[in-house]
Design a protein around this ligand. Sequence first.
Ligand SMILES: [Zn+2]
Length: 256
Amino acid sequence: MARDTELSHLHPVVREKIQTLISRFASEELPFRLFEGFRTPDRQHELYAQGRTKAGNKVTNAKAWSSYHQYGVAGDFVLYIDGKWSWDDKGKRKQYWKRLHELAREVGLEPLSWETPHLQLQGISLAQLQAGQYPQGGDESWSENMHAHIIKWTKTATPPSPELSMGRPPINTTERPNDTSLSSATVSNRPRYQVTARNGLNMRGGPGTGFPVVATLRSNQLVDVMKTDGDWCQVDLEGDGLADGYCHSGYLAVIA
Ligand SMILES: [Zn+2]
């Protein structure tokens, strides 16, 4: 299971800190690179098994959903020298790791004494994350990715999906808005919804993050919802009764 170094899978708060950190590495000529950011629960599960039910040395004490990596609020940084990853902390390189931790604290990331490459968001507990009390300011790329892994995971309990933790009720297409003038204004006579994602909302070719993005809808844009498929809504942009694509229901609010 591959490592994920995709910055868009990190919570925006941590993404920004990590970007600052990366620019500090450049200006101080520190040879660190992001080794791993978001980590799937499956990969965490595999890593936990290592040295326990599987061969190898123990590499983690955290089970699935018990590492900050599963919430996109941690990053591991490792030295990258002469085209190779290096965990070497001897001699001159010891100073590199010390500086990594100093800079991390400056931007609000907490290092762990027992796991030198690991930096995580400070001021939030694992219990809070597991209860779905996520940091403010989550965006679509972070929450869609997390949500996709939450719904796929069946081995143990999962944390709540980010959009559900924001207290938005699930969308019900059989419920019509009270204002009949709204529905009569559209050809399709379907309930209208508004995009509530601050930075716009991806519309995809199918009901899932595995489908390609076909368009990005504007914040506050109005759409008709033709039907729902799990957490996804099939939308009609022009009100002509023809489907244009799918959007995640967590970022659509019915206009009442
Ligand atoms: Zn880590």
